[in-house]
Design a binder for this molecule. Sequence first.
Ligand code: FAD
Length: 443
Amino acid sequence: MSERDEIAVVGAGLAGCLLACYLARRGYPVALYERRPDPRVGTPERGRSINLALADRGLDALRRIGLEEQVLADALPMRGRMIHPVVGEPQLQPYSASGDLAINSIGRGALNNTLLEAATKLPGVRVAFDHRLVGLDPATGEMTFETPQGTVTAHAQVVLGADGAGSAVRGQLLEHDLLTESADFLDYGYKELTIPPLGGDFALDPGALHIWPRGTSMMIALPNPDRSFTCTLFWPTHGTASFASLGSKAAIERYFAQHYPDVPPLAPTLVDDYQHNPIGLLGTVRCDPWQAGGRVGLLGDAAHAIVPFYGQGANCAFEDVVELDRCLDECADDWSAALPLFQQRRQDNAEAIAQMALTNFVEMRDKVASPVYQTRKKIEHALERALPGRYVSEYELVSFSTLPYAQVQRRVRRQYQAVGAMAVGVLAALAGAAVALGRRRRR
Ligand code: FAD
C-alpha cells in the first residue's frame, strides 16, 4: 500500500481534510497544503465563523469514515424554520411531515478542526500550513507555494484542488487554457451578527433555524453549542436599501428597530458587529472540465461553488469525496480514468443543487412568510403523510436523503405534474357535480 505515489491535496478546508482521510484509508500518502496557519492554534477571523447546516449527505460521508458521531457531538439539531414576522409571534414550520427530521447546526471552525485532527492522526498524512499555492504545471504536477520562509516548490503525481470558491488550482488550469469558468455573483452580500446567551441560556429556540424574511433583505440565525446564535444578514451590497445605505449608529439602530424589532434587545453588540464585520460575497462558480490529463482534479467549491440558501455547499463537497472514492474503486485507482468518471457523475448534480439553491433564496427571502406558501407547505406535508414514500417534498429529498440532486429535480417535477393533474381532476369532478346538481334543481 505504501508504495503508492503521494497525492497532493491543496486546501485543508472541509473537503480537503475529509478527502485526505479517504485517500489515507486507500493507502495513499497525502500532502495537504493549506495557505492559512494551523486553525487549531490561531484565533478565528472576525465575522467569518459561518455555522453550517449539516444534513444527511454530509453525515453519510462522515459515517462512512467513522466520524459522524464525533462531528455531531459539536452540533445542534434544528427541526424546522422559525419564521419571525415584523409584528406578532414567531411560527415554526417543520422541515418534515413527521416533524422529527433535523438538520444540524455546527460551527465551520469546529467541523474543520475535527476533520483536520482526524486526517493528521492517520498514517501517511502530512499537513503543510502557511503554504499558498501560486503556481502549478498541470503537465508535471510541479507546484509552487508562497510560505513565510519564501517560495518553495513540491511535486506530486496527482494534484487535487480542494481550495474553495476562489481556487488557485482552478486558476492555474485556466491560465494554461485547460478549462473555462464562469462566476455569477448575486448583488447580495452577507454579514455576520451575534445573539449571545441570555441569562446563561439560549435567547431563542435552539431547535430551529430562525428566519426573518423581509423581501429585499433576510436574516437567518443558527444556534451554537455555547448558547449563542450566529446571525447572517443577507442584503444587496449597493443601492438605497443595502449594506451601503446604513452609514451611522443611529441609522443601523433605526433600521433594525423598524424591520427586525425583536433582534436589537437580544443583540447588544449589533451596531459594533454591523460596523466592523466584513461583507462576504455570494455567487455560483461553474467550470469545465474538472480535471486535466488525469493528473489534476477539482472538487468541492473549487469545482462548483453555489449560493448558501439550501445549506448544501459543504454537504455537496462531502458527497464529492464519497463519489471520488467510489470512482477510484471502480477504476482500480487509475486516476486518468477515475477523474473524468468523477466529473461525469457529479457535474449534473452540482448544477442541479446550484439551481435549487438560487430558487431557495427567493423562497426564504420572500415566500416563507406568505399565507399561500404556508398553506402549500401544509398540503405538501399532508400529501407526504397520505402517500408515504411516493410524495416527498423537495426539501426532504435534498436534506434528508442521498438521492442524487439531479434526480431530486426530476422527481419533484414529476410530483408537481402528478399533483397538478390530480388537482385538475378534482376540479373537473367538482365542476361536473355542480352542473348535475343545477340540472336536478331546474327539473
Ligand atoms: P473551503 O471550505 O472554502 O476550503 C478551502 C480551503 O482551501 C481553505 O482552508 C482555504 O484557506 C484553502 N485555500 C484557498 N486557497 C488556497 C491556496 N492558494 N493554497 C492553499 N490553500 C488554499 N454549506 C452547507 O453545507 N451548509 C450550510 O448551511 C452552509 N452555509 C453557508 C453559509 C454561508 C454564508 C456561506 C458563505 C457558505 C455556506 N455553506 C454551507 C457552503 C460551505 O461553506 C462551502 O460549500 C464549503 O466550505 C466548501 O468546502 P471546500 O472545502 O470546498 O472549500
